[in-house]
Design a protein around this ligand. Sequence first.
Ligand SMILES: *Cc1c(COP(=O)(O)O)cnc(C)c1O
Length: 393
Amino acid sequence: MKNVTTRAVIYKKNLENNISEIKKLLKPETKMCVAVKADGYGTSALETARLCEKLGVYMLAIARVSEGIELRKDGIKLPLLLLSLCCPEEFPDLVKYNITPFIFGKEHIQALEDSLTELEESKGIIKTLEVHLAIDTGMGRIGCRKEEAAEQAKLIASSKHLKLSGMGTHFALSDCVEEKGIDYTNLQFEIFTEAVNAVKEAGIEPGICHAGASAIACSRSDIHFDMVRPGIIVYGYYADQVDKKYLESKDINLDLKPIMQFETKVSAIRRFKPGQSVSYGRTWICEEETDIAVLPVGYADGLLRRFSPGLKVAINGKEYPVVGRICMDQCMVNIGKDNKEIKCWDKAVIFGPVGQDGALQDAETLAALGNTISYEVMTSISKRVPRIVVDNC
Ligand SMILES: *Cc1c(COP(=O)(O)O)cnc(C)c1O
């Protein structure tokens, strides 16, 4: 394991556990499209992709063409679904790297077809590109309305270089288990079903139909269609209200394990006397003599500035408070005077799987402190933090 101070440890066993746990909840014929966008939610898209290939996952979801190019260059062969729109300049790369885009809108479809025609005319590249038609059933993001679905599917089907190989939509309230959430999800499900049927009635094969992300994958097997697109549960966190307790109440057993641990090392221990202060703004002033541990981790690593005050880190099995403002590259922890349990270069864990390798809180607990969600805490871990993949737990 690379010996650096601040790092994100990725537990492969936990990832493997999560993927097989999710699979157990799917019908044998239901396909899985694992979201590896944003570098696998800040973990490692490549590690996740490799494991997905090994474990028989059908497809991977990305959000940028650049993410697809990187995976292809690293040898990933699985089909890639591009969840958000790309600009016309990126169209040739869809062909070159075999990326299946979500698409909708007559102009966008026509522009893609024109770009492929030009590739054929100028470079002699004759390729058909598989595309999935996006339907907006109430998320209010991308997709055509259900009334436009048949017409746009026809446009795709009649294009020389495009092949409709799927249709998808996205739910807005699937992680809410209150009545308003369930009602809205059911409404979106109905609208999507109508769009799919309209395409079929127009004599066009819609391909693989898919709608649900993590929340649906684990709680609503009645609306899985042909494929689900889980993300957050793959990385070990439940989708908001669709948590372990809720699932158990529905007799669904899903045992997820966070796959990432964000940790650093104590880089200095310094004595503070009453009146001396810590960090910018002098928001913390020493009241009685104590020792302060300096940690080389800050908001440029993804330790959000708003986590302080309130943030606690785990050192050798105990929690200690961060005092003063979190800086760009460092923060300070009050460990108490003459703490015999801590020495320089001891490991300090910010979040990770609780009870596994020293973490006393996971990303979800930390997220609550910063008024956000586990997704944002994980994807905030920045590029300069090395991801260290370990086999064992
Ligand atoms: C990010 C995303 C997913 C995965 O969402 P999770 O809540 O992490 O499971 C699935 N589908 C689409 C369209 C997305 O944007």
